[in-house]
Design a binder for this molecule. Structure first.
Ligand code: UN1
Length: 510
């Protein structure tokens, strides 16, 4: 048994998830390998749920919802408060399990759990603030108001790269909104999902919430499809590739369900002549290289003014040369592995295509850079910077790996045009000390993304803001601001407290 396996199993025990491999029913086909990208080692094998199992899980969740919807929202908040407390208690373990299963460095694994704690805090407060409106009515002796009611079972489909935070953004809000959740995690990160499920079950016990409010279903495409097609699931919240979103959305729409999509990004940083380059270099390196370039908010394009391009590229190359690459469990590492062989190939292919388009590889791209006893079998790469002559097709695609394309501009208008000339619209940033450029960038004629930052990179959003983006990113918003409304249904109520029956629009109908 590898060290990683032993550690994962110990953590699962402490989180109350037991040994999920022992829990696979006798005779079930163990078709789902749980592996760690750290060393490529198989931790164990789990069994897919069938479409019928998914239906059963939705049925149980729906029954729980029927009870939950009439529990007062502030009381529902107590369940999420318990969940937040358990996450605080188990932050180190769950963060390490995220590192083991997704390959992100320990500090980022812990950061992800902190993001869960933060959204739980927000949701607990929100449980006392779910509010509608009172609206002026034209009819005397009447009152018109808007209420928000629980919606039902929310289907959550999540990706490997934020294996636990994305569930919590959805689940913490859904629970206080009076909904139940059925979660299909990525097949690459099933163990962290089972750990969260164990914590949610414990929180429900402590808070006296109904059983089965939270369910996990495991498997590949068919399992996702069963969830997406189930008419008892009024909202499907899906995070992943644009390709996946384009398959999910029409299926959900075909039954007139709602979807909340958080799909690919192709996030850029404009670096203007006035930029504080110390800040820009730090911001760019974190956003481009953090999580080994496997965030949907990762920085993929730098659009730099021609007057400072050479200096910026030189400084970035220097910073890249010192990046410690290796096991994410080693606290000195900043760059962990790619998640699997397919990502590794996509990294190499994209660099070759960029070179064929006339790009110059400034640094990185070397492979097998970290092979050692602890990491042999994992897919480690040296983050790459490619200087591009223009925004070619490969630059317009999202490659989920640490490749930073450098594009050059001479006028700010051109920089904005280049910036927005991609299909995706998640996150964006500008480094400038020029207030006109900064304000233009965040204005209606600036960045067309859901997130637009000034003097920080595009990644690392906090949970208080609404998270999501436009165009091929799917248009959904999760997490903070008023994103909670997606998890509720709106009712407009008009109450007549008079003895007359005046009709709206002055209609006479005796
Ligand atoms: C994702 O990659 O799917 O803003 C989410 C960030 C994180 C969330 C990323 N808070 O980078």
């Amino acid at each position: 048994m590898s060290d990683v396996t032993t550690r994962a199993l110990e953590i699962l025990q402490r989180l109350g998830a037991g040994n999920p491999f022992d829990a696979v029913p006798e005779g079930a086909q163990r078709d789902l390998p749980a592996t760690s990208p750290i060393d490529g080692h198989e931790i164990g094998r789990l069994a897919s749920h069938s479409a019928a199992d998914v239906g059963d899980a939705v049925g149980r969740a729906h029954d729980a919802f029927l009870q939950w919807r009439s529990v007062p929202a502030p009381v529902r908040g107590q369940f999420v408060r318990e969940l937040g407390e358990l996450l605080r208690e188990h932050k180190d373990d769950l963060g390490a399990l995220v590192s083991i299963e997704a390959g992100k460095i320990l500090s980022e694994g812990l950061g992800e759990v902190q993001e869960m704690i933060d959204i739980c805090d927000l949701a607990v407060g929100l449980s006392r603030q779910l509010h509608g409106l009172t609206i002026a009515t034209e009819r005397p002796g009447h009152r018109m108001m808007e209420q928000w009611h629980p919606l039902g079972v929310v289907g959550v489909i999540s990706a490997f790269n934020f294996p636990v935070a994305v569930w919590s953004w959805n689940a913490a809000l859904a629970f206080v909104c009076g909904d139940a959740v059925v979660w299909k995690p990525s097949e690459k990160t099933m163990l962290t999902a089972l750990a969260c499920q164990a914590l949610a079950d414990e929180a429900a016990r402590r808070a006296g919430a109904p059983e089965h409010l939270s369910q996990v279903v495991l498997g590949a495409r068919e399992v996702g499809e069963a969830l997406v097609d189930d008419p008892r699931v009024p909202l499907v919240s899906a995070t992943g590739s644009t390709r996946m979103g384009k398959e999910v959305a029409p299926r959900v729409a075909a039954r007139l369900g709602r979807s909340l999509l958080e799909l690919g990004g192709n996030n850029a940083a404009v670096v203007a002549p006035s930029a504080d380059l110390d800040l820009a270099v730090r911001g760019i390196v974190f956003s481009a290289v953090g999580t080994a370039g496997q965030r949907c908010t990762s920085l993929r394009r730098v659009i730099v003014h021609e007057s400072i391009k050479d200096e910026l590229v030189e400084r970035l190359a220097k910073a890249y040369a010192t990046l410690p690459i290796g096991s994410p469990l080693d606290p000195t590492t900043l760059v962990g592995p790619l998640v699997d062989e397919a990502s590794f190939r996509a990294f190499g292919d994209a660099i070759s295509r960029a070179q064929a388009d006339g790009g110059t590889l400034v640094t990185g791209g070397a492979q097998d850079v970290a092979a050692s006893d602890a990491t042999g079998g994992g897919y480690y790469v040296q983050p790459a910077i490619v200087d591009m002559p223009g925004q070619t097709d490969v630059v317009k695609e999202e490659t989920f790996a640490p490749i930073l394309y450098v594009l050059t501009y001479s006028s700010f208008v051109d920089a904005l045009a280049l910036h927005n000339d991609v299909a995706q619209g998640l996150s964006s940033s500008i480094f400038t000390l020029d207030v006109r450029e900064a304000e233009t960038f965040v204005s209606a004629v600036g960045s067309d993304c859901g997130i637009a930052n000034v003097n920080i990179g595009p990644s690392g959003a906090e949970i208080g803001g609404a998270f999501g983006g436009e165009k091929d990113t799917g248009g959904g918003r999760e997490s903070g601001s008023d994103a909670w409304r997606a998890y509720m249904r709106r009712a407009t109520n008009t109450v007549n407290y008079s003895t007359e029956l005046p009709l709206a629009q002055g209609v006479e109908f005796v």
